[in-house]
Design a protein around this ligand. Structure first.
Ligand code: WTA
Length: 644
């Protein structure tokens, strides 16, 4: 057992929140035993244009269809319907700029903006089924763009504004995007990120885009290509242009979100309309139980799935007020989050373990400077949380009174799959455990042969039943969808994580079982880093892997072999790092680059990343029987020692 699973401590939140745990069990059982009734009721969280004929069509697994023939528009559900209620004048977003600027937008204001952009998109020829790539910083135009595209039945693909030009180009090509919505730049740590320039570079490598809409955020000078680039404020006119929401089938795509896997190309995860919207809205209620008047703050970036589901769709469908923050959590000072919580009297904060560990390093002094007493619930997402960070968050931010909702999920799952359910019965919490499955989720922990392991034993987590929020397929690659996720365990959904279930039924998520890294909560493929290195003309071979890191969870370590005609100098290392920054983006830049003369390979020539990693971390390299005979582990060890 790991350090985390041995931590048996149950926290004092128990008394206060526990009494309704029985109702959780009942709700959960209903969801598993009577799924049709359960989901029919859960789906009434949305307004449908046409009711579904059947809750679930399982005739062609794993291509499940939820709410068959149900029709709806998600933008209508997130915006229009609130205008008919008391929420019309309610704030949808309280936006805070990195420079402290504030913008509050009501549901009515959001409605106007979404319609106006939808109108402009239609005028530019975007229609149902087209793909629009969004590459925006954390500004209000980001949710507006997502909703406007959804309103006219097109599909958006939001690319995190920290990605570099090659990564953006790859996504544009794969999605066959007709249009890009971007900004002149974004602010990060007081500096401008040149978003438009990156789009210009990406478009040199692609051929599908006919227009680029550019939001003016920074006002610095950018080049605009005539006939292709248009300023947002020139096409999106003030006033009010109503655009009727396009009626979408429940299983039509809503968005494509690219994520990293074990093979080179990022995977285009496609989420649908009906099932996804039912899932994100219900899971937010079940896990966090927000009240009508609460201020909800999901401090993720909108470019990742957490932002898609829990900054945009779920809170808007529920008609909540969200805080949205533009910039870095340590800018200008490490009390930024706490200052915003005090200023806007935030009630629920949802952030990542990396953010907590980063701020924890600066000490209690910073949270103590602010009144955090409005907080009543805290949440985490994206990576396992270590008990020390959990406790710091619980004691110093939540004043030992706020339960911590540790939400385990993935881009593919659409929303939370394992998380404490404050809304239907909070279990006693154990720091580091995401506790129990959400309704409808039926997990099982398996060994390599697909046999269920005993409680307390580590295995692969898989799911026996589909649920409404699961992704529909992978863009352009239904075969890969089937083989990557459903073949290993005979039709059960599997996506690469280790877990343990303890003898009280709590789930402990133990990290990735595959070649995927979690660096500051960002999901990165080792293979993408290796590919970028190898595509440099100086590099012959490369291996990338993750090293445990106290703050970031993992840091990126790479080993490269430089071609004979070049010199492996420190300048070479800077060049390679710079190139990765430009191509893939700053989050991919390796923390360590070691130059070696050789890398261990199998007889068939495959680099044994696992062996390099084990030797580097001072562990036993495991089975090396397939290692190419001419290279001994000692040789590698010596090479590594030299460069440590
Ligand atoms: C990891 C992020 C432990 C896990 C929403 C998963 C977690 C991957 C947790 C998905 C958690 C996410 N505890 N591990 N609470 N949440 N993970 O697609 O390895 O960016 O497979 O989605 O993050 O990352 P993704």
């Amino acid at each position: 057992m790991t350090e985390r699973t041995e931590n048996r401590e149950v926290l004092p939140t128990e008394e206060k929140y526990h009494p309704s745990m029985g109702s959780f069990e009942k709700t959960y059982r209903d969801s598993i035993d009577h799924p049709d009734e359960f989901w029919s009721k859960a789906a009434t969280i949305l307004d449908w244009d046409r009711r579904w004929d059947r809750v679930l069509d399982e005739s062609n697994p794993p291509f499940y269809k939820w709410f068959v023939n149900g029709k709806l528009n998600v933008s209508y559900n997130a915006v229009d319907r609130h205008l008919l209620s008391h929420r019309r004048n309610k704030a949808a977003f309280i936006w805070v700029g990195e420079n402290g600027e504030e913008k509050i937008i009501t549901y009515d204001g959001l409605y106007r903006r979404v319609n106006n952009l939808a109108f402009a998109l239609q005028n530019l020829g975007i229609k149902k089924g087209d793909r629009v790539l969004i590459y925006l910083p954390m500004i209000l135009e980001a949710p507006v763009a997502m909703l406007a595209v959804a309103r006219i039945g097109a599909t958006f693909s939001f690319v995190f504004a920290g990605f570099g030009a090659s990564a953006v180009a790859e996504r544009i090509e794969d999605a066959k995007a007709k249009m890009v919505i971007t900004a002149d730049g974004g602010y990060r740590n007081g500096k401008i990120v040149e978003l438009k320039k990156i789009i210009d570079e990406a478009l040199e490598q692609t051929s599908t885009v006919s227009n680029v809409i550019v939001v003016r955020r920074t006002g610095h000078s950018v080049s605009m290509q005539e006939d292709r680039d248009i300023w947002y404020h020139d096409v999106v006119r003030d006033g009010m242009n109503y655009v009727k929401p396009v009626e979408m089938d429940s299983s039509d795509p809503l968005y494509i979100l690219y994520t990293s896997g074990t093979t080179g190309k990022p995977k285009g995860v496609i989420h649908g309309n009906g099932g996804y919207a039912v899932w994100v809205a219900n899971t937010l209620k079940w896990a966090f139980n927000p009240n009508e008047d609460d201020r909800w703050w999901c401090a993720a970036d909108i470019g990742w799935v957490t932002g898609h589901s829990y900054i945009v769709f779920a809170p808007l469908i529920l008609g909540l007020t969200s805080v949205m923050y533009e910039g870095s959590i340590t800018y200008p000072e490490p009390d930024r989050l706490w200052e915003i919580i005090e200023r806007y009297r935030v009630n629920i904060l949802y952030t990542s373990p990396t953010a907590i560990r980063t701020l924890m390093r600066f000490g209690e002094k910073y949270p103590k400077m602010h009144d955090l007493s409005t907080l009543k619930t805290l949440g985490t997402v994206g990576e396992p949380i270590n008990p020390a960070a959990w406790k710091w968050y619980y004691e110093n931010i939540g004043n030992s009174k706020c339960p911590i909702i540790d939400t385990y999920w993935q881009t593919e799952t659409g929303g939370f799959v394992i998380a404490p359910a404050l809304g239907i019965g909070l279990p006693p919490l154990k720091p580091g455990s995401a506790t129990f499955p959400m309704p409808g989720i039926d997990p099982v922990i398996l060994d390599e042969n697909g046999k269920e392991v005993k409680s307390g034993e580590k295995g692969f987590i898989a799911y026996r039943k589909p649920w409404p929020g699961m992704f529909l397929t992978l863009n352009n690659d239904p075969d890969r969808f089937k083989s990557v996720y459903f073949e290993k365990f005979n039709g059960k959904y599997y996506c690469g994580d280790y877990a343990v279930k303890d003898n009280e039924g709590y789930y402990w998520l133990l990290g990735r079982a595959d070649e995927v890294l979690k660096v500051s909560g960002h999901r990165l493929g080792t293979i993408e880093i290796e590919d970028a290195l190898i595509s440099s003309r100086e590099v012959a071979e490369a291996a990338a892997f993750g090293k445990p890191d106290e703050t970031k969870g993992e840091s990126i370590v790479t080993f490269v072999v430089i071609k004979d005609e070049f010199k492996g100098t420190p300048e070479m290392i800077s060049t390679l790092r710079k190139r990765i920054r430009e191509e893939l983006g700053p989050i991919y830049v390796p923390d360590e680059v070691h130059i070696v003369n050789t890398l261990p390979k199998t007889r068939s020539g495959k680099i044994m990343r696992r062996v390099v990693k084990a030797v580097f971390l001072g562990q036993l390299p495991g089975d090396i029987s397939t290692l190419e005979s001419s290279v001994s582990v000692d040789e590698i060890r010596t090479a590594i020692e030299t460069f440590k």
